[in-house]
Design a protein around this ligand. Sequence first.
Ligand SMILES: C[S@@+](CC[C@H](N)C(=O)[O-])C[C@H]1O[C@@H](n2cnc3c(N)ncnc32)[C@H](O)[C@@H]1O
Ligand code: SF4
Length: 381
Amino acid sequence: MLNPSSLYGVGNIGSSGFGLYVHVPFCVKKCSYCAFNVSHNGLHLQGDYFKALKAEVLHYLTNGPFELHGAGFDTIYFGGGTPSLVDPLLIADFLASTPHADDAEVSIEVNPESVRKELFASYVDSGITRVSIGVQSFDDKVLQYYGRTHDMAGAERAIELAVRTEGLAVGIDLVYGSDVEDDKSWSKTVSKATSLAKGISHVSAYALGIEQRTKLHYDKAQSQSEDILSERYLMASEAFEGCGLQNYEISNWARPDGRSRHNLNYWRWGDYLGVGLGAHSHFGRSRWWNGPSLKGYLADVQIKGTGFLAGEELTDTQVEAERLMLALRIQGGLSEKELRSWVSRVDGEDLLGLFEVADGRASLKPRGRLVADGVFRALSI
Ligand SMILES: C[S@@+](CC[C@H](N)C(=O)[O-])C[C@H]1O[C@@H](n2cnc3c(N)ncnc32)[C@H](O)[C@@H]1O
Ligand code: SF4
């Protein structure tokens, strides 16, 4: 069986950041579209779970190549699941024992229904610098269809409390394209987001995916047609840009100082450690992932020090293709020279019209972003 120490490649030390992803699997209930690794009856195990997370970080920092990164993590991201369900003292204790740079970006995903008045202040006290609030929609009909446990008023309340908290950058997540959403509903969500834009520094907007083993999949739900999804995307992108939130990745808009450094590190092929059940890690040309079960994870960490399940080492060709795919997603992801070299390899000069170049860096134009996967396929044949 593979184990992480047989997988380590050369790493990306010095060339990019070093991130820590912490998967927090607890949720009140499962949303109709969600295929993430979550547990809706395991919250009583949160103390054991955080003990295991700390042990897993320590294991990798003392036995793995990550110790070469020196000053500790540049970014830490608590994702889920619903990290905001967890006792904030456990988050604070985890951060206090995890080495990170003085100017580290520390983010947490927050669900509106778990927000209480003191929550954000306690996050800032423990070193958290960013929250990402799972709003999904500002239309109660859509929220019900998604099986969310908050309504529009609850989302607004959570955002208001977050933006009033000093020292905290605030982002929101939206999902569009369900079959109960019409143009009016999506416009309402976008205008609400733009009216809040003064206080928020980041918006993510994802087209709804109907994933296997979700309620929507069992119900044979459909999302909107490609044409409608494209219109909704372009409309939202223009509105977000109009209030100072620039697109910096296909589905993400931010103020220049509000970009997610953690996610940028993924898209720039940086190194990261993922801890917790189902978490993925990447170092150099290697990547590996943990097993999906909560009880299995707790037992594995106790016995082996990690939740490691399996991994792989990529070939040069695979690395090159992955880097291209990620670079196409972000603004300025390729130098003009790199773009011209990719294009000339496939005689694809006609693709150049989908790009714009500024300061020697190439980015897909808004309409080009809609066909990023096709551009990748055309360039990498
Ligand atoms: C897995 S959730 C975790 C955060 C938090 N529990 C929440 O629900 O907001 C992270 C984000 O992924 C996005 N997401 C999850 N499943 C999706 C799907 N099937 N289609 C599109 N976006 C999805 C949502 O925007 C969500 O906010
Ligand atoms: S979308 Fe968020 S709250 Fe809903 S089940 Fe998935 S992780 Fe949990």
